[in-house]
Design a protein around this ligand. Structure first.
Ligand code: SF4
Length: 118
């Protein structure tokens, strides 16, 4: 089977073509103009990850929510579960930029951190 995707590792956006075997193993990558594109295609086919940004409710602050993000990319398959954890979280003001809001969210090994102050 094959997959076509755009490499988002840089603004050039090369069109990648990936050939996979029936087990989902990558056999070849083409269309990339550098090694980062090959790595992107392999990761995207075998273990896709994404950064997650959202907001968390704040009690007693000047604003009702604080913006947050994951401290590193998380597996794409965990996005929905992590969003539920973020939506269920409520913190008390004051919140400082860089505060860990949720440690090891959904056993990903990644923290949810505040990206602003409230
Ligand atoms: S393959 Fe290389 S040059 Fe092409 S978009 Fe990806 S990082 Fe940029």
């Amino acid at each position: 089977m094959t997959r076509d995707m755009i490499c988002v590792s840089c603004p050039i956006g090369c069109a990648l073509h990936v050939e996979l075997d029936d087990a989902g193993n990558v056999l070849s990558v083409s269309g990339n103009t550098c090694k980062r594109g090959e790595k992107y295609a392999i990761d995207e086919c075998t273990n896709p990850v994404r950064m997650l940004t959202s907001t968390v409710k704040v009690n007693g602050g000047k604003l009702p929510v604080v913006p947050v993000k994951t401290s590193a990319p998380i597996p794409k398959g965990k996005m929905f579960e992590c969003m539920k954890a973020i939506n269920n979280e409520v913190v008390d003001a004051p919140v400082k930029m860089g505060d860990i809001i949720i440690s090891n969210v959904c056993d990903t090994g990644v923290d949810i951190v505040a990206t602003n102050e409230v």
